[in-house]
Design a protein around this ligand. Structure first.
Ligand SMILES: Nc1nc2c(ncn2[C@@H]2O[C@H](COP(=O)(O)OP(=O)(O)O)[C@@H](O)[C@H]2O)c(=O)[nH]1
Ligand SMILES: [Mg+2]
Length: 282
């Protein structure tokens, strides 16, 4: 500590040492700066304080960004993204991380040892151009909701559109079921099996259909549009373009929802998975 500082400065310095949060540190540094000697001899000290202030400002900014993303030290909260969110839950060593990485390229650790995944891992899967968010939660154990962050994980389980359940033995499945029932989870769920591709399994159960659009005389768009099951031509038109609804004349439809290819349909025509829709406007 420089000897030629005031009592006020020394108190501010003590407050800095005691400060716990970055914000408190920054406030203490501000006070130190205001109490630092203004004469030539104090220049080095003042420059040093300013440098430390800049560092804490940066840390505070990072914390704010982290909080927005849903992280931070006050528990994990999910920022939903994509057309829907799927949650991988299950007992340990059942391949949740392995599948998440394969599906989404998420940077997750896969390991033979138990309980490798310590926090939710998030990735984005692509299904015909539709983005589906996938979240892996730390493995289910007895009294899951009582563990650290347990309530936050249960809240995620309740927010997502689909749970994919992973387990190795029937006993493990029973444990998962018990934990879900205990926490009054009624989210739609399906069981991971190695028979069907995980992407198809997810899509079949997620409660969405995908529809492709095309313009008259052009070829079908590569990227599908996700709609809720039971959506109609009007729902699609609203999603694609505001003007389509205003200027709508009729649609031509190919796929499961029509009897013959290119059949004409109105706004109330119900669509099915993989339909192709061509809008005709005024
Ligand atoms: N080849 C292969 N290995 C798997 C599969 N599922 C799990 N594993 C292996 O099982 C171990 C545990 O996998 P991990 O994804 O970390 O399990 P988690 O605890 O459910 O996330 C790792 O050694 C994986 O390589 C799978 O479908 N194929
Ligand atoms: Mg894992």
């Amino acid at each position: 500590m420089p000897t030629n500082t005031t009592v006020g400065y020394q108190l501010a310095e003590q407050n800095f040492a005691k400060a716990e949060t970055n914000e408190e540190k920054l406030q203490a540094l501000k006070k130190m700066l205001s109490e630092a000697p203004t004469h030539k001899g104090g220049e080095v000290l003042r420059a040093e304080i300013k440098k430390r202030m800049a560092r804490y400002k940066e840390l505070i900014l990072k914390e704010k960004i982290q909080k927005k993303k849903g992280g931070g030290k006050h528990g994990f909260s999910l920022k939903k993204d994509g057309a829907a969110t799927v949650c991988f839950i299950g007992t340990t060593n059942t391949g949740k991380s392995y599948i998440l990485k394969k599906l989404t390229n998420a940077d997750v650790e896969i390991s033979e040892s138990e309980f490798t995944t310590k926090k939710p891992e998030i990735g984005m899967m692509d299904y015909s151009g539709i983005k589906v968010q996938v979240v892996e939660l730390p493995s289910i154990v007895e009294n899951y909701s009582k563990k650290k962050e347990g309530p936050a994980y249960i809240s995620i389980i309740k927010q997502v559109e689909l749970l994919v359940i992973f387990f190795n033995t029937p006993e493990e499945k029973q444990l998962i079921d018990k934990e879900l029932i205990k926490n009054e989870v009624d989210t739609r769920q399906t069981v991971f099996n190695n028979e069907e591709s995980i992407k198809d399994l997810i899509w079949r159960n997620i409660g969405l259909i995908k529809v492709f659009t095309k313009q008259p005389g052009k070829k079908v768009e590569d990227i599908a549009i996700a709609l809720k099951v039971n959506s109609n031509v009007k729902d699609l038109a609203e999603l694609v373009h505001k003007d389509f609804l205003k200027k709508f004349k009729y649609a031509r439809i190919w796929g499961k929802s029509v009897k013959f290819k290119g059949q004409m349909g109105g706004l109330s025509h119900k669509l099915e998975d993989n339909d192709i829709v061509e809008f005709h406007v005024k």
